[in-house]
Design a protein around this ligand. Structure first.
Ligand code: FAD
Length: 500
Protein backbone atom coordinates (compact mmCIF):
# COMPACT_ATOMS: atom_id res chain seq x y z
CA UNK A 1 0.00 0.00 0.00
CA UNK A 2 1.27 3.49 -0.86
CA UNK A 3 1.90 6.01 1.93
CA UNK A 4 0.41 9.39 1.13
CA UNK A 5 1.58 12.83 2.16
CA UNK A 6 -0.44 16.01 1.55
CA UNK A 7 1.35 19.29 0.79
CA UNK A 8 -0.44 22.59 1.32
CA UNK A 9 0.37 25.39 -1.13
CA UNK A 10 2.80 27.00 1.30
CA UNK A 11 4.80 23.82 1.90
CA UNK A 12 6.63 23.66 -1.38
CA UNK A 13 10.35 23.26 -0.59
CA UNK A 14 12.25 19.98 -0.31
CA UNK A 15 12.34 20.25 3.50
CA UNK A 16 8.61 19.48 3.60
CA UNK A 17 9.23 16.07 2.08
CA UNK A 18 12.42 15.14 3.92
CA UNK A 19 11.81 11.84 5.78
CA UNK A 20 12.90 11.30 9.36
CA UNK A 21 12.64 13.62 12.36
CA UNK A 22 8.88 14.07 12.09
CA UNK A 23 8.78 13.96 8.29
CA UNK A 24 6.65 11.87 5.92
CA UNK A 25 7.47 8.30 4.89
CA UNK A 26 10.36 7.99 2.43
CA UNK A 27 8.99 7.96 -1.13
CA UNK A 28 5.44 8.66 0.06
CA UNK A 29 3.08 9.56 -2.76
CA UNK A 30 2.29 13.28 -2.69
CA UNK A 31 -1.16 14.90 -2.79
CA UNK A 32 -1.60 18.55 -3.78
CA UNK A 33 -4.98 20.25 -3.99
CA UNK A 34 -5.82 23.46 -5.80
CA UNK A 35 -8.98 24.53 -3.97
CA UNK A 36 -10.95 27.13 -5.84
CA UNK A 37 -13.09 28.06 -2.80
CA UNK A 38 -10.03 29.83 -1.38
CA UNK A 39 -10.28 32.37 -4.21
CA UNK A 40 -14.04 32.74 -3.90
CA UNK A 41 -13.86 33.55 -0.19
CA UNK A 42 -11.44 36.46 -0.58
CA UNK A 43 -10.78 38.95 -3.30
CA UNK A 44 -7.03 38.44 -3.70
CA UNK A 45 -4.49 40.49 -5.59
CA UNK A 46 -4.18 38.84 -8.96
CA UNK A 47 -0.39 38.76 -8.79
CA UNK A 48 -0.68 36.86 -5.52
CA UNK A 49 -3.15 34.33 -6.92
CA UNK A 50 -0.82 33.94 -9.89
CA UNK A 51 2.25 33.41 -7.72
CA UNK A 52 0.64 30.80 -5.47
CA UNK A 53 -0.83 28.81 -8.37
CA UNK A 54 2.37 29.06 -10.38
CA UNK A 55 4.45 27.88 -7.41
CA UNK A 56 2.13 24.91 -6.74
CA UNK A 57 2.15 23.89 -10.37
CA UNK A 58 5.93 24.25 -10.62
CA UNK A 59 6.27 21.96 -7.60
CA UNK A 60 3.89 19.44 -9.12
CA UNK A 61 5.91 19.50 -12.38
CA UNK A 62 9.09 18.79 -10.39
CA UNK A 63 7.48 15.89 -8.53
CA UNK A 64 6.20 14.32 -11.77
CA UNK A 65 4.64 10.88 -11.33
CA UNK A 66 5.02 11.04 -7.57
CA UNK A 67 2.22 13.60 -7.17
CA UNK A 68 -1.56 13.47 -7.53
CA UNK A 69 -2.43 17.08 -8.29
CA UNK A 70 -6.13 17.71 -8.01
CA UNK A 71 -8.28 20.72 -8.85
CA UNK A 72 -11.41 20.86 -6.73
CA UNK A 73 -13.82 23.27 -5.12
CA UNK A 74 -12.68 22.46 -1.55
CA UNK A 75 -9.77 20.67 0.12
CA UNK A 76 -12.09 17.99 1.47
CA UNK A 77 -13.44 17.23 -1.99
CA UNK A 78 -9.91 17.34 -3.47
CA UNK A 79 -8.58 14.84 -0.96
CA UNK A 80 -11.44 12.45 -1.73
CA UNK A 81 -10.79 12.77 -5.43
CA UNK A 82 -7.05 12.16 -5.00
CA UNK A 83 -6.91 9.25 -2.55
CA UNK A 84 -10.43 8.43 -1.34
CA UNK A 85 -10.31 7.71 2.38
CA UNK A 86 -6.72 6.38 2.42
CA UNK A 87 -4.56 7.53 5.35
CA UNK A 88 -2.45 10.61 4.71
CA UNK A 89 0.17 12.56 6.65
CA UNK A 90 0.40 16.35 6.53
CA UNK A 91 2.69 18.86 8.22
CA UNK A 92 1.05 21.24 10.69
CA UNK A 93 -0.59 23.91 8.50
CA UNK A 94 -0.06 27.65 8.90
CA UNK A 95 -3.59 28.85 9.66
CA UNK A 96 -6.15 28.03 12.31
CA UNK A 97 -8.78 27.31 9.67
CA UNK A 98 -6.54 24.73 7.97
CA UNK A 99 -5.61 23.25 11.33
CA UNK A 100 -9.31 22.78 12.14
CA UNK A 101 -9.84 21.12 8.78
CA UNK A 102 -6.94 18.71 9.26
CA UNK A 103 -8.18 17.94 12.79
CA UNK A 104 -11.62 17.07 11.43
CA UNK A 105 -10.32 14.50 8.92
CA UNK A 106 -10.16 10.97 10.33
CA UNK A 107 -7.76 9.90 7.61
CA UNK A 108 -5.17 12.66 8.30
CA UNK A 109 -2.24 12.32 10.72
CA UNK A 110 -0.53 15.59 11.48
CA UNK A 111 3.26 15.91 11.58
CA UNK A 112 5.14 18.79 13.26
CA UNK A 113 5.35 22.17 11.51
CA UNK A 114 8.31 22.82 9.25
CA UNK A 115 9.55 26.06 7.73
CA UNK A 116 10.26 27.80 11.04
CA UNK A 117 13.16 27.66 13.44
CA UNK A 118 11.54 26.63 16.71
CA UNK A 119 8.86 24.15 17.75
CA UNK A 120 5.80 25.77 19.36
CA UNK A 121 6.43 23.94 22.66
CA UNK A 122 9.86 25.57 22.96
CA UNK A 123 8.30 28.99 22.46
CA UNK A 124 5.55 28.29 24.97
CA UNK A 125 8.15 27.31 27.55
CA UNK A 126 10.13 30.49 26.88
CA UNK A 127 7.01 32.65 26.96
CA UNK A 128 5.90 31.01 30.20
CA UNK A 129 9.08 32.31 31.79
CA UNK A 130 8.75 35.80 30.28
CA UNK A 131 5.04 36.59 30.11
CA UNK A 132 4.83 37.90 33.69
CA UNK A 133 5.42 41.42 32.48
CA UNK A 134 5.38 41.66 28.74
CA UNK A 135 6.86 39.52 25.97
CA UNK A 136 9.61 41.43 24.25
CA UNK A 137 10.76 40.68 20.74
CA UNK A 138 14.30 41.77 21.62
CA UNK A 139 14.56 39.18 24.44
CA UNK A 140 13.13 36.50 22.18
CA UNK A 141 15.63 37.37 19.46
CA UNK A 142 18.63 37.12 21.82
CA UNK A 143 17.38 33.75 23.00
CA UNK A 144 17.07 32.47 19.39
CA UNK A 145 20.56 33.72 18.55
CA UNK A 146 21.96 31.84 21.54
CA UNK A 147 19.90 28.68 20.93
CA UNK A 148 21.05 28.41 17.34
CA UNK A 149 24.53 29.81 17.90
CA UNK A 150 23.60 32.33 15.28
CA UNK A 151 25.98 35.20 14.57
CA UNK A 152 27.72 34.55 17.88
CA UNK A 153 31.35 34.67 18.96
CA UNK A 154 31.32 32.25 21.86
CA UNK A 155 28.85 33.69 24.39
CA UNK A 156 28.85 37.17 22.89
CA UNK A 157 27.06 38.57 19.86
CA UNK A 158 29.31 38.82 16.83
CA UNK A 159 30.53 42.36 16.31
CA UNK A 160 30.22 43.07 20.04
CA UNK A 161 26.54 44.08 20.21
CA UNK A 162 23.12 42.52 19.79
CA UNK A 163 21.54 45.47 18.14
CA UNK A 164 22.85 47.58 15.27
CA UNK A 165 19.76 49.76 14.87
CA UNK A 166 21.91 52.88 15.42
CA UNK A 167 23.69 52.13 12.12
CA UNK A 168 20.56 50.83 10.39
CA UNK A 169 18.08 53.69 10.70
CA UNK A 170 19.55 56.23 8.32
CA UNK A 171 17.43 58.46 6.13
CA UNK A 172 17.87 57.98 2.38
CA UNK A 173 20.80 59.67 0.64
CA UNK A 174 19.60 63.17 -0.28
CA UNK A 175 18.81 63.94 -3.88
CA UNK A 176 20.03 60.59 -5.23
CA UNK A 177 16.61 59.23 -6.27
CA UNK A 178 17.84 55.66 -5.91
CA UNK A 179 20.10 53.82 -3.51
CA UNK A 180 22.13 52.46 -6.42
CA UNK A 181 22.07 48.92 -4.99
CA UNK A 182 22.76 46.03 -7.39
CA UNK A 183 19.50 44.89 -9.00
CA UNK A 184 17.45 42.17 -7.26
CA UNK A 185 16.80 38.79 -8.86
CA UNK A 186 13.69 38.70 -11.03
CA UNK A 187 12.38 35.44 -12.53
CA UNK A 188 11.49 34.80 -16.14
CA UNK A 189 7.98 33.51 -16.81
CA UNK A 190 7.47 30.16 -18.52
CA UNK A 191 4.65 28.07 -20.00
CA UNK A 192 3.27 27.32 -16.53
CA UNK A 193 2.77 31.04 -16.00
CA UNK A 194 0.99 31.26 -19.36
CA UNK A 195 -1.40 28.52 -18.25
CA UNK A 196 -1.98 30.15 -14.88
CA UNK A 197 -2.74 33.50 -16.52
CA UNK A 198 -5.20 31.87 -18.93
CA UNK A 199 -6.90 30.05 -16.04
CA UNK A 200 -7.20 33.24 -14.00
CA UNK A 201 -8.72 35.03 -17.01
CA UNK A 202 -11.23 32.19 -17.25
CA UNK A 203 -12.02 32.31 -13.52
CA UNK A 204 -12.60 36.04 -13.80
CA UNK A 205 -15.04 35.45 -16.62
CA UNK A 206 -16.81 32.98 -14.34
CA UNK A 207 -17.18 35.65 -11.64
CA UNK A 208 -14.17 35.27 -9.34
CA UNK A 209 -12.92 38.78 -8.54
CA UNK A 210 -9.40 40.03 -7.97
CA UNK A 211 -7.68 43.36 -7.26
CA UNK A 212 -4.40 44.68 -8.63
CA UNK A 213 -2.43 43.95 -11.75
CA UNK A 214 -0.90 40.65 -12.72
CA UNK A 215 2.30 40.52 -14.59
CA UNK A 216 5.02 39.94 -15.23
CA UNK A 217 5.58 37.59 -12.27
CA UNK A 218 8.18 39.21 -10.02
CA UNK A 219 8.76 36.63 -7.29
CA UNK A 220 10.18 33.08 -7.37
CA UNK A 221 7.77 30.22 -8.04
CA UNK A 222 10.22 27.32 -7.74
CA UNK A 223 13.01 26.19 -5.48
CA UNK A 224 15.53 26.88 -8.23
CA UNK A 225 14.34 30.45 -8.65
CA UNK A 226 14.18 31.03 -4.89
CA UNK A 227 17.76 29.80 -4.45
CA UNK A 228 18.89 32.15 -7.22
CA UNK A 229 17.14 35.02 -5.42
CA UNK A 230 18.79 34.11 -2.11
CA UNK A 231 22.21 33.82 -3.74
CA UNK A 232 21.81 37.10 -5.58
CA UNK A 233 20.81 38.81 -2.33
CA UNK A 234 23.58 37.44 -0.11
CA UNK A 235 26.32 37.87 -2.73
CA UNK A 236 25.44 41.31 -4.04
CA UNK A 237 22.85 43.12 -1.96
CA UNK A 238 23.18 42.04 1.68
CA UNK A 239 26.18 44.31 2.29
CA UNK A 240 23.97 47.37 1.79
CA UNK A 241 20.90 45.98 3.57
CA UNK A 242 21.32 47.66 6.95
CA UNK A 243 21.85 51.41 6.79
CA UNK A 244 18.76 52.44 4.79
CA UNK A 245 16.47 49.60 5.89
CA UNK A 246 13.85 52.08 7.17
CA UNK A 247 14.13 54.65 4.38
CA UNK A 248 11.80 55.09 1.39
CA UNK A 249 12.49 56.36 -2.13
CA UNK A 250 9.75 56.99 -4.68
CA UNK A 251 11.73 55.63 -7.63
CA UNK A 252 13.49 52.84 -5.77
CA UNK A 253 10.84 50.88 -3.88
CA UNK A 254 13.04 47.82 -3.26
CA UNK A 255 16.29 49.54 -2.25
CA UNK A 256 18.38 46.81 -0.53
CA UNK A 257 15.50 44.70 0.74
CA UNK A 258 15.77 41.00 0.05
CA UNK A 259 12.37 40.32 -1.57
CA UNK A 260 12.52 36.88 0.01
CA UNK A 261 9.30 36.99 2.07
CA UNK A 262 7.08 35.32 -0.51
CA UNK A 263 9.64 32.53 -1.06
CA UNK A 264 9.93 31.94 2.68
CA UNK A 265 6.17 31.99 3.14
CA UNK A 266 5.56 29.61 0.23
CA UNK A 267 8.06 27.28 1.89
CA UNK A 268 10.43 27.46 -1.09
CA UNK A 269 13.20 28.61 1.25
CA UNK A 270 13.85 27.57 4.82
CA UNK A 271 14.64 30.39 7.27
CA UNK A 272 17.62 28.44 8.67
CA UNK A 273 19.34 28.39 5.28
CA UNK A 274 18.70 32.13 4.77
CA UNK A 275 20.27 33.20 8.05
CA UNK A 276 23.13 30.71 7.58
CA UNK A 277 23.87 32.17 4.14
CA UNK A 278 23.90 35.69 5.61
CA UNK A 279 26.22 34.67 8.42
CA UNK A 280 28.55 32.95 5.95
CA UNK A 281 28.70 36.18 3.93
CA UNK A 282 29.80 38.05 7.05
CA UNK A 283 32.38 35.43 8.05
CA UNK A 284 33.79 35.52 4.51
CA UNK A 285 34.11 39.31 4.77
CA UNK A 286 31.52 40.01 2.03
CA UNK A 287 29.11 42.02 4.21
CA UNK A 288 29.47 44.18 7.34
CA UNK A 289 28.08 42.95 10.62
CA UNK A 290 25.41 45.67 10.96
CA UNK A 291 23.80 44.69 7.65
CA UNK A 292 23.98 40.98 8.42
CA UNK A 293 22.60 41.51 11.93
CA UNK A 294 19.76 43.63 10.51
CA UNK A 295 18.78 40.84 8.13
CA UNK A 296 19.16 38.03 10.69
CA UNK A 297 16.99 40.06 13.09
CA UNK A 298 14.23 40.25 10.46
CA UNK A 299 14.12 36.50 9.97
CA UNK A 300 15.22 34.92 13.26
CA UNK A 301 13.74 37.77 15.29
CA UNK A 302 10.65 39.18 13.64
CA UNK A 303 9.45 36.43 11.32
CA UNK A 304 9.87 33.71 13.90
CA UNK A 305 8.34 35.84 16.67
CA UNK A 306 5.28 36.64 14.55
CA UNK A 307 4.74 32.96 13.73
CA UNK A 308 4.97 31.94 17.36
CA UNK A 309 2.69 34.74 18.54
CA UNK A 310 0.00 33.78 16.03
CA UNK A 311 -0.44 30.49 17.88
CA UNK A 312 0.37 31.79 21.34
CA UNK A 313 -2.16 34.64 21.31
CA UNK A 314 -5.02 32.27 20.52
CA UNK A 315 -8.12 32.23 18.38
CA UNK A 316 -9.73 35.38 19.81
CA UNK A 317 -6.78 37.59 18.96
CA UNK A 318 -8.30 38.52 15.59
CA UNK A 319 -11.35 39.99 17.34
CA UNK A 320 -9.32 42.50 19.37
CA UNK A 321 -10.25 46.12 18.88
CA UNK A 322 -8.74 47.95 21.84
CA UNK A 323 -9.07 51.38 20.22
CA UNK A 324 -12.70 50.73 19.22
CA UNK A 325 -12.10 51.55 15.61
CA UNK A 326 -15.11 50.70 13.45
CA UNK A 327 -14.92 52.83 10.29
CA UNK A 328 -15.16 50.83 7.03
CA UNK A 329 -12.35 51.01 4.48
CA UNK A 330 -13.19 53.47 1.71
CA UNK A 331 -13.67 52.29 -1.84
CA UNK A 332 -10.56 54.00 -3.26
CA UNK A 333 -8.37 52.13 -0.76
CA UNK A 334 -10.10 48.80 -1.33
CA UNK A 335 -9.72 49.21 -5.09
CA UNK A 336 -6.05 50.29 -4.83
CA UNK A 337 -7.04 53.40 -6.74
CA UNK A 338 -3.68 55.15 -6.48
CA UNK A 339 -4.56 57.54 -9.31
CA UNK A 340 -7.31 59.10 -7.18
CA UNK A 341 -4.84 60.01 -4.41
CA UNK A 342 -2.98 63.35 -4.38
CA UNK A 343 -0.74 62.80 -1.34
CA UNK A 344 2.40 61.66 -3.10
CA UNK A 345 3.54 59.19 -0.44
CA UNK A 346 0.25 57.33 -0.29
CA UNK A 347 -0.28 57.44 -4.06
CA UNK A 348 3.22 56.01 -4.60
CA UNK A 349 2.89 53.06 -2.25
CA UNK A 350 -0.69 52.30 -3.21
CA UNK A 351 0.50 52.13 -6.83
CA UNK A 352 3.31 49.79 -5.73
CA UNK A 353 0.77 47.51 -4.08
CA UNK A 354 -1.56 47.69 -7.10
CA UNK A 355 1.24 46.90 -9.57
CA UNK A 356 3.34 44.40 -7.60
CA UNK A 357 1.58 43.24 -4.41
CA UNK A 358 4.61 44.27 -2.40
CA UNK A 359 6.17 47.22 -0.56
CA UNK A 360 8.79 47.05 2.15
CA UNK A 361 8.05 47.17 5.87
CA UNK A 362 8.13 50.94 6.43
CA UNK A 363 5.52 51.83 3.77
CA UNK A 364 3.37 49.02 5.22
CA UNK A 365 3.73 50.28 8.78
CA UNK A 366 4.23 54.02 8.51
CA UNK A 367 2.14 54.84 5.44
CA UNK A 368 -0.60 52.29 4.75
CA UNK A 369 -1.08 51.02 8.31
CA UNK A 370 -0.56 54.43 9.89
CA UNK A 371 -3.12 56.07 7.59
CA UNK A 372 -5.69 53.39 8.52
CA UNK A 373 -4.93 53.77 12.24
CA UNK A 374 -5.26 57.54 12.13
CA UNK A 375 -8.65 57.30 10.38
CA UNK A 376 -10.01 54.71 12.80
CA UNK A 377 -10.61 51.99 10.21
CA UNK A 378 -11.78 48.64 11.50
CA UNK A 379 -8.67 46.57 12.32
CA UNK A 380 -10.24 43.32 11.08
CA UNK A 381 -10.95 44.88 7.72
CA UNK A 382 -7.47 46.38 7.56
CA UNK A 383 -5.95 42.97 8.36
CA UNK A 384 -8.05 41.35 5.67
CA UNK A 385 -6.99 44.00 3.16
CA UNK A 386 -3.28 43.37 3.84
CA UNK A 387 -3.85 39.61 3.67
CA UNK A 388 -5.47 39.84 0.26
CA UNK A 389 -3.27 42.49 -1.34
CA UNK A 390 0.27 41.35 -0.55
CA UNK A 391 2.08 38.51 -2.28
CA UNK A 392 3.52 37.38 1.06
CA UNK A 393 0.28 37.72 3.07
CA UNK A 394 -0.98 34.72 5.08
CA UNK A 395 -3.21 34.57 8.13
CA UNK A 396 -0.35 33.78 10.54
CA UNK A 397 1.82 36.68 9.43
CA UNK A 398 -0.98 39.23 9.07
CA UNK A 399 -2.60 38.91 12.46
CA UNK A 400 0.35 39.92 14.69
CA UNK A 401 1.74 42.38 12.13
CA UNK A 402 -1.48 44.20 11.29
CA UNK A 403 -3.90 43.62 14.17
CA UNK A 404 -1.06 43.97 16.68
CA UNK A 405 1.87 45.97 15.43
CA UNK A 406 0.19 48.24 12.91
CA UNK A 407 -3.31 48.82 14.34
CA UNK A 408 -2.59 48.40 18.07
CA UNK A 409 -5.90 46.56 18.28
CA UNK A 410 -4.47 44.25 20.96
CA UNK A 411 -3.88 47.20 23.29
CA UNK A 412 -0.13 46.61 23.44
CA UNK A 413 0.48 42.85 23.64
CA UNK A 414 2.63 42.93 20.52
CA UNK A 415 4.23 46.40 20.71
CA UNK A 416 4.81 48.97 23.40
CA UNK A 417 3.04 51.80 21.55
CA UNK A 418 0.92 52.55 18.48
CA UNK A 419 3.03 53.18 15.37
CA UNK A 420 1.97 56.36 13.63
CA UNK A 421 3.52 59.70 12.78
CA UNK A 422 2.95 63.07 11.18
CA UNK A 423 4.41 64.17 7.86
CA UNK A 424 7.72 65.22 9.45
CA UNK A 425 8.79 61.59 9.91
CA UNK A 426 7.87 60.73 6.32
CA UNK A 427 9.76 63.78 5.11
CA UNK A 428 12.87 62.81 7.10
CA UNK A 429 12.87 59.17 6.04
CA UNK A 430 11.97 59.53 2.35
CA UNK A 431 11.89 61.71 -0.73
CA UNK A 432 8.12 61.21 -0.98
CA UNK A 433 7.25 64.73 0.14
CA UNK A 434 9.23 66.29 -2.74
CA UNK A 435 6.77 67.81 -5.17
CA UNK A 436 3.73 66.78 -3.12
CA UNK A 437 0.67 69.04 -3.14
CA UNK A 438 0.70 68.88 0.67
CA UNK A 439 3.39 70.21 3.00
CA UNK A 440 4.56 67.95 5.84
CA UNK A 441 4.94 70.90 8.25
CA UNK A 442 1.46 72.34 7.61
CA UNK A 443 -1.32 71.21 9.92
CA UNK A 444 -4.03 73.62 8.84
CA UNK A 445 -5.20 75.00 5.51
CA UNK A 446 -5.40 73.54 2.04
CA UNK A 447 -1.87 72.23 1.97
CA UNK A 448 -1.96 70.61 5.40
CA UNK A 449 -0.35 67.16 5.20
CA UNK A 450 -3.01 64.44 5.77
CA UNK A 451 -0.54 62.47 7.90
CA UNK A 452 0.08 65.53 10.10
CA UNK A 453 -3.61 66.34 10.61
CA UNK A 454 -4.37 62.64 10.98
CA UNK A 455 -1.63 62.23 13.58
CA UNK A 456 -2.88 65.07 15.80
CA UNK A 457 -6.47 63.90 15.45
CA UNK A 458 -5.40 60.42 16.51
CA UNK A 459 -3.49 61.72 19.53
CA UNK A 460 -6.48 63.89 20.45
CA UNK A 461 -8.93 60.98 20.14
CA UNK A 462 -6.83 58.65 22.25
CA UNK A 463 -5.38 61.22 24.62
CA UNK A 464 -6.23 59.26 27.77
CA UNK A 465 -4.60 56.04 26.58
CA UNK A 466 -1.51 57.76 25.16
CA UNK A 467 -0.86 59.96 28.18
CA UNK A 468 -0.72 56.88 30.39
CA UNK A 469 2.04 55.26 28.30
CA UNK A 470 5.63 56.39 28.93
CA UNK A 471 6.48 55.97 25.26
CA UNK A 472 3.64 58.20 24.02
CA UNK A 473 3.00 60.69 26.81
CA UNK A 474 5.24 63.23 25.06
CA UNK A 475 2.92 63.18 22.06
CA UNK A 476 0.08 64.30 24.34
CA UNK A 477 2.30 67.04 25.78
CA UNK A 478 2.95 68.13 22.18
CA UNK A 479 -0.78 68.16 21.53
CA UNK A 480 -1.32 70.40 24.55
CA UNK A 481 1.18 72.85 23.17
CA UNK A 482 -0.69 73.24 19.86
CA UNK A 483 -2.36 76.63 19.77
CA UNK A 484 -4.47 75.71 16.73
CA UNK A 485 -5.81 72.26 17.66
CA UNK A 486 -9.44 73.15 16.89
CA UNK A 487 -8.47 74.23 13.42
CA UNK A 488 -6.33 71.12 12.88
CA UNK A 489 -9.30 68.95 13.82
CA UNK A 490 -11.56 70.99 11.54
CA UNK A 491 -9.12 70.56 8.65
CA UNK A 492 -9.04 66.82 9.22
CA UNK A 493 -12.84 66.53 9.49
CA UNK A 494 -13.30 68.67 6.38
CA UNK A 495 -11.35 66.17 4.31
CA UNK A 496 -13.94 63.43 4.90
CA UNK A 497 -13.62 59.89 3.56
CA UNK A 498 -12.31 60.75 0.14
CA UNK A 499 -8.78 60.06 -1.07
CA UNK A 500 -6.31 62.60 0.40
P1 FAD B 1 13.36 42.20 4.14
O1 FAD B 1 13.28 43.60 4.63
O2 FAD B 1 14.45 41.87 3.21
O3 FAD B 1 13.42 41.27 5.43
C1 FAD B 1 13.89 39.93 5.37
C2 FAD B 1 12.83 38.95 5.78
O4 FAD B 1 12.48 39.11 7.13
C3 FAD B 1 11.52 39.05 5.03
O5 FAD B 1 11.61 38.41 3.79
C4 FAD B 1 10.54 38.38 5.97
O6 FAD B 1 10.52 37.00 5.73
C5 FAD B 1 11.15 38.62 7.33
N1 FAD B 1 10.40 39.61 8.12
C6 FAD B 1 10.80 40.83 8.47
N2 FAD B 1 9.91 41.43 9.26
C7 FAD B 1 8.91 40.58 9.41
C8 FAD B 1 7.68 40.62 10.12
N3 FAD B 1 7.32 41.70 10.85
N4 FAD B 1 6.87 39.57 10.02
C9 FAD B 1 7.21 38.49 9.30
N5 FAD B 1 8.36 38.39 8.61
C10 FAD B 1 9.21 39.42 8.68
N6 FAD B 1 5.69 39.99 6.06
C11 FAD B 1 5.24 38.93 5.43
O7 FAD B 1 6.01 38.01 5.12
N7 FAD B 1 3.94 38.80 5.10
C12 FAD B 1 3.05 39.76 5.40
O8 FAD B 1 1.89 39.61 5.10
C13 FAD B 1 3.49 40.91 6.09
N8 FAD B 1 2.64 41.91 6.41
C14 FAD B 1 3.07 43.00 7.07
C15 FAD B 1 2.16 44.01 7.41
C16 FAD B 1 2.57 45.11 8.12
C17 FAD B 1 1.58 46.19 8.51
C18 FAD B 1 3.93 45.22 8.49
C19 FAD B 1 4.42 46.40 9.26
C20 FAD B 1 4.84 44.25 8.12
C21 FAD B 1 4.43 43.12 7.42
N9 FAD B 1 5.31 42.10 7.04
C22 FAD B 1 4.86 41.00 6.40
C23 FAD B 1 6.73 42.17 7.40
C24 FAD B 1 7.62 42.82 6.34
O9 FAD B 1 7.05 44.06 5.95
C25 FAD B 1 7.80 41.95 5.11
O10 FAD B 1 8.21 40.66 5.49
C26 FAD B 1 8.89 42.51 4.21
O11 FAD B 1 8.59 43.84 3.85
C27 FAD B 1 9.02 41.65 2.97
O12 FAD B 1 9.99 42.17 2.10
P2 FAD B 1 11.46 41.56 2.03
O13 FAD B 1 11.38 40.11 1.81
O14 FAD B 1 12.24 42.37 1.08
O15 FAD B 1 11.95 41.82 3.53
Amino acid sequence: MTDWHWLFGDQLGPHFLAPGDGGPARDAGVVMIEARSVFRRRRFHRAKAHLVLSAMRHRAAELGDRVRYVRAETYREGLRKAIGDAPVTVHHPTSRAALRLVGSLDQARMLPARGFLLPQEAFRAWAGEHDGGRLRQEDFYHWVRREFDLLMDGDSPAGGRWNHDHANREPPPKGAGTLGAPKPYRPREDHIDDEVRADLDQWQEEGIRFVGRDGPRRFPASRREALSALRRFTEHRLAGFGPHEDAMLADDPVMSHSLLSSSLNLGLLDPAECVAAAEDAWRAGHAPVHSVEGFVRQIAGWREYVWQLYWYFGEDYRRNNALRHHAPLPEWFLELDADAVSARCLATVLAQVRDTGWTHHIPRLMLLGSFALQRGWDPREVTDWFHRCFVDGYDWVMLPNVTGMSQYADGGRMTTKPYTSGGAYIHRMSDLCDGCVYRPGDRTGERACPFTTGYWSFVHRHRALLSGNMRTSRAVQGLDRLGDLEEVLRTERGRGEGPP
